[in-house]
Design a protein around this ligand. Sequence first.
Ligand code: CAA
Length: 259
Amino acid sequence: MEFEFITVNESYAKHIALIQLNRPKELNALNLQLMLELKRAFQLLDDNDEVRCIVITGNDQAFAAGADIKQMENKSAIDLLKIDQFETWDQIRKTKKPIIAAVSGFALGGGCELVMTCDIIIASETAKFGQPEIKLGIMPGAGGTQRLTKAVGKALAMEMVLTGKFISAEEALASGLINKVVPIELYLEEAVKMAKEIAVQSPIAIRLAKESVLKAFDSSLQEGLYFERKNFYMCFASEDQKEGMKAFVEKRKPVFIGK
Ligand code: CAA
């Protein structure tokens, strides 16, 4: 796969793909082309049966410092409406395979929103999360007011969105925004380690489980429970369910094939 602003390794480790944002001089600012490349990469990886988990990262200095301000500066509301860049973000959100963000340095604005679109977030001690759009005379537009509020609650979300303040990795962990904080030299390794734990499970059960957890965000409890139940039953249509339970009874490790 050939890309200009990202690199994609489909087989970084067994069943694990790695996407790296690659605009280091601009702190990985998310311009339109980068986002389209990202959408394409997620689609390709989602369609590749060999890939069971996707890790996305930036570099030590920045995961991403937000949408590209220079590209947006002179746009009108109608330009933005026509470009409809957030449709790209919606597509990423539809990725069926689990996505782990390995974050170091800045994850701001669209960068923080991209991180929050992922399923699991591992951060280095140096990571800084924030929605500083207010300082530009705008507000978050790619899910920041919604996903941040659901993750950290109204009090902290309001403070971050209205003042633009950054929070540290430790604060992000304490507020429930992220999963884990590790020393800077370990953030990618730790993310890949978690990806490996996921990649040995049944890809079908993983897909249905991810879908079910996400359903909790936009459904009533009753609707969510009903959805979960259907997906639970669906697991029993897979060979992996037979293998998983047989292996338990035979006291051995299961080998899941994704069927
Ligand atoms: N867009 C475009 N370029 C950016 C950028 C962005 N979001 N963030 C950083 N850059 C560029 C800088 O312009 C600079 O380029 P030049 O060398 O050509 O001047 C380069 O990256 C390095 O940045 P700094 O010199 O500013 O680095 P710093 O270490 O002094 O500061 C920073 C780092 C605090 C992250 C600062 O760059 C900053 O505040 N960036 C903007 C963060 C922001 O406001 N993000 C929200 C964007 S809007 C958005 O994301 C909307 C949405 O919801 C989708």
